[in-house]
Design a protein around this ligand. Sequence first.
Ligand code: SAH
Length: 331
Amino acid sequence: MPSIKGLNGRFALVCWAANRYTARLESNQSKARTDMKTIRVRITAEELEAKRISDVLERAFEDDGNPVTVYEASPDGKIWAAEILLFDVNPDEAAGIVRDRVGADAFAAPLEAEELPDINWVEKSLEGLKPVRAGRFVIHGAHDRDKVVPGAIGIEIEAALAFGTGHHGTTAGCLEEIDRLLSMREYDRILDLGTGTGVLAIAAALKSRQQVLATDIDPVATTTALENARLNGARHLVQGFTANGMEDRRFQLYGPFDLVIANILARPLMKMAKSIGANMTRTATLVLSGLRIEDGPRILFAYGCQGFILDRRREKDGWLTLTLVRGRKMA
Ligand code: SAH
């Protein structure tokens, strides 16, 4: 996720950064994890300026995909911070790279660069997280197993190098839709595309007690999802493999799908519209998330070309979750 703004931005950022750690480790197997350096470059300013700087950073580092985030840095909201993570450089080099890339006059605000301690950020960030309720689901860590109230469906997610604990507005939006949709009727073939920790696939499997396919472009996510499925007693219900989008031929063995949940990002989802549409039944339901509010119209247009119309929209923390239907208008 190249840029995640809003209240949950910091958490999402560490998760995404951890995914990048993994990707880089895989592309450079000989390097031990302890050799990896992560440098945080932080620029503080008042709100509008910090948001503008984060947009500048995002554009300047778009091709490399370095994670950028912007968040409130003081309790009174007067100070905001725009941050970017760089890898395998020294703090001074990182500051220089950022200055070179964005141009010396892009902002006057002070810039600090520091090396992040070599700790497992995801594990660290999960330790303090409280259980999240979304629909009938309660997503929690091992330490909060006893917090699942009667009648709720508890999903335990272990700290791992994958995205999806329910704390992000997109995950919560999808969980609420899964709860709503699977309460109304049964589906034959369900896919969680971009599964991350597997949280959505596990939710759908536990709620429906039927098979769900979970795929991700990141092999670490696929493994994590299956491991989490096992932890939640749903391993027999969740199948998974690693694939980029839906072009892979293996989808034909599991599809066509009548329910697909894809919490990715607007840009990849735009590109995938045709292949997602082609792997779904004529009468089908599609939940899309990872979208900013302003992405709505172009997503509706792209999926409209595949015969989908809007059934429901949810907004959470500035993120949009769209439920689309094809071949039927849902109640
Ligand atoms: N489903 C989880 C995770 C969402 S994060 C949740 O709702 O919380 C988005 C996930 O999509 C990441 O795990 C990322 O690796 C995966 N992803 C990104 N691009 C993808 C692509 N082209 N094909 C499949 N998965 C992709």
